[in-house]
Design a protein around this ligand. Structure first.
Ligand code: NAP
Ligand code: GCO
Length: 265
């Protein structure tokens, strides 16, 4: 049997994909043959996203939907199934982070991060799985994190969510593998997107942000990664080439998890 990385004829929903990692993955899926659906919270961002996809020659289907709102998600999935077709590939990409020391973080702030980064992947996966079962299978890819494995100061809610997302990935694999649904995660390292822009700001004295220098020391390649560097692994996990891969978190981190870090000079 020829191994295929093609996504021809597949319908993909990538959540929160007006820009950033989601946009890069959705664009690569389109180039691999998939029909792209994406959502964002604001119409303005959906419109910007549609224009950005069009600049790449991609006719993307964009929808306004807050992934934490179960009724809105069920309506989104029903609309896509009616207008585009059954969702074959779901990428739970939408996510937020709040960098606040735990004892300074309110319970409401903690819950907000858990809601977007963990509850929403549950809600969206639950909405797409029944039709995947009817169709004979599907692919769910959860965007995890270094914080699925490691902690660091000020990201307690995010790490708890991404750690939970790793286990939700394994559980969807366990519960729905018999229906030919493969659920895997991608664990990006440190990627140059708006979400990490505050960690890369040039300091008033013109020096690099301390965290920027930290990541350079913790990454074997001594650089931040780019969203496009996630697209090959994302295509692999969305294609039939990974039909025997299930419940796996594929870390695309440039080697961070393998490396103790560069010794300071
Ligand atoms: P980003 O630039 O902040 O983009 C996040 C996207 O999610 C935005 O389009 C945002 O839309 C959307 N979103 C947020 N809350 C939403 C909601 N409730 N409903 C619908 N859409 C929502 O982030 P990114 O760096 O591309 O990260 C994408 C994913 O990768 C996240 O899950 C993040 O945790 C994960 N990740 C990022 C890195 C990294 O280094 N960048 C590394 C590992 C994992 P709005 O603009 O409207 O809020
Ligand atoms: C942070 C960063 C990270 C990245 C990513 C790393 O503040 O440490 O935002 O959390 O977003 O999750 O894999």
């Amino acid at each position: 049997m020829a191994v295929s990385f093609s996504l021809e004829g597949k319908v993909a929903l990538v959540t929160g994909a007006s820009y950033g990692i989601g946009f890069a993955i959705a664009s690569a899926y389109a180039q691999a043959g998939a029909t792209i659906c994406f959502n964002d919270i604001k119409q303005e961002l959906v419109d910007k996203g549609i224009a950005a996809y069009k600049e790449l020659g991609i006719e993307a289907h964009g929808y306004v939907c807050d992934v934490t709102n179960e009724d809105a998600v069920n309506e989104l999935v029903a609309t896509i199934e009616k207008e585009v077709g059954t969702i074959d590939i779901l990428v739970n990409n939408a996510g937020i982070i709040k960098r606040i020391p735990m004892c300074d973080m309110t319970a409401a702030e903690f819950r907000q991060v858990i809601d977007v980064d963990l509850n929403a992947p549950f809600i969206v996966s639950k909405a797409v799985i029944p039709a995947m079962i009817k169709k004979g299978g599907g692919k769910i890819i959860n965007i995890c994190s270094m914080m699925s494995e490691l902690g660091r100061e000020t990201v307690s809610a995010y790490a708890a969510a991404k750690g939970g997302l790793k286990m939700l990935t394994k559980n969807i694999c366990s519960e729905y593998g018999e229906y030919n649904i493969q659920c895997n995660g991608i664990g990006p390292g440190y990627i140059e997107t708006p979400q990490t822009a505050p960690l890369r700001e040039i300091q008033p004295d013109g020096s690099r942000h301390p965290f920027d220098q930290f990541i350079i020391a913790k990454t074997p390649a001594a650089r931040w990664l780019k969203p496009e560097e996630l697209t090959g692994p994302a295509i692999f996990l969305a294609s039939s080439a990974s039909d025997a891969v299930n419940g796996h978190i594929l870390y695309v981190d440039g080697g961070i998890l393998a490396y103790i870090g560069k010794q300071p000079k």
